[in-house]
Ligand binder design. Sequence first.
Ligand code: 4AD
Length: 448
Amino acid sequence: MSKELVSIIDVPKHLGQEVTIGAWVANKSGKGKLAFLQLRDGTAYFQAVAFKPNLIEKYGEELGLEKFDTIKHLSQETSVYVTGIVKEDERSKFGYELDVTDLEVIGESVDYPITPKEHGTDFLMDHRHLWLRSRRQMAIMQIRNAIIYASADFFDKNGFIKFDSPILSGNAAENTTELFETDYFGNPAFLSQSGQLYLEAGAMALGRVYDFGPVFRAEKSKTRRHLTEFWMMDAEYPFLSHDQSLDLQEAYVKALIQGVLERAPQALEILERDVTLLEKYIKEPFKRISYDDAITLLQEHEGEEGADYEHLEHGDDFGSPHETWISNYFGVPTFIVNYPASFKAFYMKPVPGNPERVLCADLLAPEGYGEIIGGSERETDYDKLLEKIKENGLNPDDYAFYLDLRKYGSVPHCGFGLGLERMVTFVSGTKHIREAIPFPRMLHRIKP
Ligand code: 4AD
């Protein structure tokens, strides 16, 4: 059999021709002289139909029957080379079908554990290495890929240079989140929580910079939005004001959504994502509201239908019910700006004239998908930064390199970090973050 293979996604380009596909049997059904194979190859799903009389006509009675029998008895996830003629078929949900002329088994699959029936989440998580083969998981991974591609494209078009931050670090980037510690030849080292501090050094050397890599947080959170290992895109840029920084972030998130609409429309369709909403988020301006105005708004609407969140005072942090209500109230991605300094990281610059609040913003995705971006304007003054480091109980020696950036030509600069998996859940409409990364690491999950 010729191994000049065609991907399933490209099959429609070969209408009327004979092609060979390398694929797995996702499902199978049959009736009398017909056998239907649902095939998948990671690019898409597709149906092949074997008709017994056609095979007998082509190969003779004995070999034709043998081939048909093999096809009829294929088990789920057997890998195959299938050859056939591409035909248009309106009844098929793919619009096309393959009229099978030959089939070769590559690898058998016996008792595949994930059958077409429903399985519990624990079972699926234990079989994540196989669960990834399902249609829904394929679609989510395609969306993840489209976001990564759109991100690199956006940064490239906007004059950013990719600047890789280290994963092993001698200090904490975020004093507000937990660190994973490891032994570094007899000294403690920490897994990066964010590349930000190193990226700031990059910004002073190269101007606009970004990184994209795994980050780690030893948070004991058992929510549908938290992973202990996730992928972050951080960006850092000199000479932009906080407002201009929000403009940039808004354009970035819109470009990511646009990238998914362009590169993975079939994945959005499989997931039944409401694309009219995604289009709306691109067209309409994002909302911006201060932390204090958001607290007042929550207080005003408390007790109304759908507003069943806990009462908050100015100075309290939002819980996820508050974030969900706020973003639903505005119906578009919403920046909450100027949070209290007390629950934000040490490096943020205070709001001029109001040292209790800092020039930061969290971007809340609508529809209850939670925070997707955290960013801020950075403190530029050496003495103020040193004071903040001490106030937070951190050791200034660990931050000597970071303080140096304020000693030698300090300039105003801002930056942000977007959690890739949060963005994937939002754009794909997936309720739980565990499906947004190939092998999720969570409080009680490190295998497979
Ligand atoms: O808001 P965070 O903590 O910001 C920082 O780390 C800054 N240093 C970024 C910067 O300014 N360069 O995290 C940024 C984003 C959050 O908005 C969220 O999307 C995601 O990272 N995130 C998580 N995603 C999954 N699991 C977790 N445990 C996450 N914690 C944060």
